[in-house]
Design a protein around this ligand. Structure first.
Ligand code: UTP
Length: 228
């Protein structure tokens, strides 16, 4: 089984729901307390042992790569302020960065597809850049553990209240309870169904562990009703 080394972080969306905040500031760079959202996501990947990060960005989103790059001028200005210097250095040393452009916002599947050449023929993680997931064991680490014992692609799901299922992508599962751990085999996925048609209340959230076969599947996928 091939080892997982890379995490793709899609961050090339237009962020329209947060306008006007996101007119010039990427949604993924909006801060929560003293860190941009995407830093929490990167820290989860690193805590899960994935520190080769492939960002998917677009025009106007260079601040994402810059945030994780070295800023020598800033480091010089912080000489003598050891705590701040340590904080700034830790961010710039956290990951190795590859950046891929998604030239049109054609959706999440397309954002993953444009990383094909950066990923190559190996399994990889995907962490949505605007989605923070907290847990004692990092969510991506949990997916890696399942991948390492099954060799399969894995998606993270979350139980949501039944009244809200029509807002999510949901999975239907086979052999419920048969697996020894906290994972199940997925039979099907359905996007935003009416509550009466929902196969479960298990919603797909922003973490995936994908085998490279996903690229062929994405290439064979045509746009849906919304053009994505
Ligand atoms: P969202 O659908 O939440 O982000 O995608 P969005 O498209 O920016 O938001 P709205 O709908 O306009 O408000 C989840 C993640 O996937 C990325 C986004 O940047 C976000 O981090 N994404 C989405 C892409 O990289 N490319 C896309 O074409 C769409």
């Amino acid at each position: 089984m091939k080892a997982v080394r890379k995490a793709v972080i899609p961050a090339a969306g237009l962020g329209t729901r947060f306008l006007p905040a996101t007119k010039t500031i990427p949604k993924e760079m909006l801060p929560i307390i003293d860190k941009p959202t995407i830093q929490y996501v990167v820290e989860e990947a690193v805590d899960s042992s994935l520190n080769e990060i492939v960002f998917v960005t677009r025009k106007g989103k260079n601040s994402i790569e810059d945030h994780f790059d070295t800023d020598l001028e800033l480091e010089r200005a912080l000489q003598g302020k050891e705590t701040l210097l340590k904080t700034v250095r830790a961010v710039s040393r956290m990951i190795s960065i590859t950046s891929v452009r998604q030239k049109e916002p054609l959706g999440l599947g397309h954002a993953v597809l444009v990383t094909k050449h950066a990923i190559g023929d190996e399994p990889f993680g995907v962490c949505l850049g605007d989605d923070i997931i907290l847990g004692e064991t990092p969510c991506m680490r949990q997916l890696l553990d399942v991948y390492e014992s099954t060799g399969c692609s894995v998606v993270a799901v979350m139980e949501v209240p039944w009244e809200t299922v029509s807002r999510y992508g949901l999975v239907s599962i086979r052999n419920e309870g048969a697996s020894s751990g906290n994972y199940f085999e997925i039979e099907d996925m359905v996007e935003k169904p009416a509550q009466s048609e929902a196969p479960s209340n298990l919603a797909i959230i922003g973490r995936y562990l994908l085998t490279p076969g996903i690229f062929e599947a994405l290439e064979a996928t045509t746009a849906g009703a919304l053009g994505e």
